[in-house]
Design a protein around this ligand. Structure first.
Ligand code: SF4
Length: 541
């Protein structure tokens, strides 16, 4: 069978960096089905919308279309499903994803166009389903996916070699997932019911090999680890961090973590391996609100994690929520006090919302205060718990506070001195972050000193060369700048950015022919970056 695995976000979200990327599960599914011998196309129709998806189906005539449905893209995805079936009655439509998982009966009853729906972890279930379809067996309409114990048995999503559409690999494969599930039981989160509070982990060797694969194939030098809680298993994190260092892999990265699963050792090891930024689920500064979320962390846990993070010189970012039932202005004041104390460099504030599969939603449903019907009547991505004006005011206050605190919380000269003392002289990430701080303030010679430490000590560290190239470009020393960018491209030949920068330096030197070749090379590696198109246009005449 010919399979199309497709995703699209809502049209209004097409410029949202995160929502317009493919969900990780779908990329993993594509690689798995390909490994199982199916003819798979992976497509992101977020930009092209329904029209692009329907035109593709018209032309390529897949036998099966699989779609990932989340709460935020349900409206657009369900509309597309209807349209596909209207025009192509024989195409089998298979739905999956969290929203489809939790509302399987409602969705299949309202959308008879869906032939099958897979709940939960879908790789094995989908392969079995396709096999049934191929052999004219009649699979069930709603199929429960089985948990996969050995995640190392799955191929890397980035190993998918089939046809792909609308996918910017340079952005898509920055995001990796190294474990599935979370044992905690926060009331606002659907992870506990999606993964049944059981966590499966990939081994550190498997993660390392995937990172190397992506780094070589797509030239990606910055990664984002999107596990529910990457730091759950300390020994695995430390083994991975050491493997990265011992193999001289100079990548930078960020991850998400629970504040009660990190410690100073782990943070040090992670920073030495390139961690520059960590995001914690803090949610609130009020113990009683945290209790309502069943977050199972204390304010002391938050303060101590933030302190350890700042001590290591890793940028600290927090997720906050407001608008919980019973939350008051006094609780919000406590969150503001906490922000002032822990000094996050960055943060996201969300209004508390009900999502299918969360304990909070199930409780409201059991009380008869909400019904599944709402997901088909409303087009909102989530259903806010409270809509009163106070919540809007609290959101603004928290966002304001985060904005104000940035001036104090971003690291400065003194902080970097402390970080260097604590992390030792061998931590190139400290040099990079300090250099970036000076570069931002246009203190070019101070920045140069920091980056020189990196290039001299770690000549194969692409980050040092890229920043040195930038410093010399600002100084209008284009010959030196070009040399650094050329070295960066030699170190990571698949990194489009190094070729783009080289093209810009060559253009500034008036070497248009060489600049054109470098720009062409950048374009061959990344067709989505507007800066590359601009340089190509400048070189056209
Ligand atoms: S919010 Fe985070 S810690 Fe809580 S259940 Fe969800 S993934 Fe786990």
């Amino acid at each position: 069978v010919k399979v199309l695995l497709a995703y699209l976000c809502d049209y209004g979200d097409r410029d949202d960096y995160y929502l317009s990327l493919l969900p990780y599960g779908l990329t993993s599914m594509a690689a798995w089905l390909e490994k199982k011998g199916f003819d798979v196309t992976l497509a992101n129709f977020s930009r092209e919308g329904h029209r692009g998806a329907l035109a593709y189906i018209e032309k390529e005539k897949p036998h099966v279309v699989g779609l990932s449905i989340f709460s935020f893209n349900r409206t657009e995805s369900l509309k597309l499903i209807k349209k596909i079936k209207e025009k192509h009655r024989d195409v089998k439509i298979i739905a999956g994803g969290p929203h489809a998982t939790f509302l399987s009966r409602e969705i299949t009853a309202r959308y008879p166009q869906i032939d099958h729906l897979i709940q939960g972890e879908a790789e094995h279930a989908m392969a079995g389903l396709l096999d049934d379809l191929e052999n004219d067996r009649s699979p069930e309409k709603i199929i429960s996916g089985q948990r996969i114990g050995d995640l190392d048995s799955l191929p890397y999503p980035s190993a998918f070699a089939g046809k792909s559409m609308g996918i910017n690999h340079n952005e898509q494969y920055k995001f990796i997932v190294t474990s599935r599930g979370c044992p905690s039981n926060c009331t606002f989160c659907s992870s506990p019911s999606f993964w049944s509070r059981r966590t499966a982990f990939r081994s550190h060797e498997n993660i390392f090999n995937e990172i190397v694969h992506i780094h070589r194939k797509y030239g990606i030098i910055y990664f984002s680890i999107r596990d529910d809680n990457f730091t759950m298993k300390k020994d695995r994190v430390i083994k991975l961090a050491r493997m990265i260092r011992e193999n001289d892999l100079y990548i930078m990265w960020n991850c998400q973590a629970r504040v009660d699963t990190i410690d100073e050792d782990m943070l040090r090891e992670m920073k030495l391996a390139g961690l520059e930024h960590i995001q914690y689920g803090v949610e609130s500064g009020s113990e009683s609100v945290l209790e309502g979320y069943n977050k199972d962390i204390s304010i002391d846990d938050i303060i101590s994690a933030a302190g350890a993070t700042r001590k290591a010189g890793i940028y600290l970012s927090i997720y906050l929520m407001t608008g919980m039932l019973g939350e008051t202005g006094a609780d919000v004041n406590k969150t503001i006090q906490l922000i002032k104390k822990i000094l996050p460099g960055d943060g996201i504030v969300s209004p508390v919302a009900y999502y299918p599969g969360t304990a909070m939603y199930e409780e409201m449903k059991a009380k008869g205060l909400v019904s599944d019907d709402i997901w088909f009547r409303s087009h909102e991505s989530g259903i806010f718990v409270r809509n009163d004006p106070a919540v809007h005011e609290w959101m603004n206050r928290l966002l304001n506070e985060l904005g104000k605190i940035r001036r104090h919380s971003w690291y400065r000269e003194n902080d970097f001195r402390e970080h260097r003392r604590y992390m030792g002289e061998d931590c190139w990430v400290t040099d990079m972050l300090e250099g970036d701080f000076y570069l931002h303030d246009e203190k070019l010679s101070e920045a140069e000193q920091c980056y020189t430490r990196v290039t001299e000590k770690y000549p194969r560290n692409v980050w040092g060369h890229l920043r040195m190239g930038k410093v010399h470009f600002f100084k209008e020393e284009f010959t030196v700048s070009e040399k650094y960018f050329r070295t960066a491209a030699e170190i990571v030949p698949a990194y489009y950015g190094a070729w783009l920068k080289q093209a810009e330096a060559l253009l500034a030197l008036g070497k248009r022919g060489e600049a054109r070749s470098a720009a062409e090379k950048a374009f061959s590696l990344n067709r989505y970056d507007a800066r590359i198109r601009n340089v190509k246009n400048l070189l056209r005449h």
